[in-house]
Design a protein around this ligand. Sequence first.
Ligand code: ADP
Ligand code: MG
Length: 174
Amino acid sequence: MHHGPGRPMGPRIPLTPQQREALSGPDFVLPQASDTFELGRRLAAVLRAGDLLVLTGPLGAGKTALVQGIGAGLGVGGTVVSPTFVIARVHRGPLPLVHVDAYRLRSMAEVDDLDLDVDAADAVTAVEWGAGLVEQLSDAHLEIAIDRAEVGEERYVRLFPHGGDWAERVASLR
Ligand SMILES: Nc1ncnc2c1ncn2[C@@H]1O[C@H](COP(=O)(O)OP(=O)(O)O)[C@@H](O)[C@H]1O
Ligand SMILES: [Mg+2]
């Protein structure tokens, strides 16, 4: 049997998403706030009715800033602000945007009970602080993980596709 250079020596062991993440750099490096906004605008171009976006990252990471860019890209009305005091805000437009702050929600039922005047199937739903809570709302979602640099203002974004055709859509953004 021939073992030439560059030939695989055996079966490849697939990496877990965590291992892959540790090996690779972030998908996007964002030096300033306008870059976060711009990434949101670009992301909006691949969004469709029924999409669920789960934004993770510490306070001040830029989750709301990214949703502001998404709102601009979707062309929705109203200013996208932190929804902290209202839990959820609906922005009307060709493709409506539901912006949720799940910080004080403790169960999926509470999310379902919000009784928004738009059907999630007809809108894009972007949730801050919803990790581990809202994934079950949809059979597919995009996790958007934002992190701050330890020193300086730079932000790092990783996109984790979960189900549906998110992997293809994410690949088209890179
Ligand atoms: N890439 C970036 N570089 C520098 N500042 C940023 C960047 N992205 C966002 N910001 C700023 O960080 C601050 C907090 O952002 P915000 O979206 O409110 O965070 P979060 O919703 O995650 O708590 C805002 O002033 C925002 O303009
Ligand atoms: Mg926020």
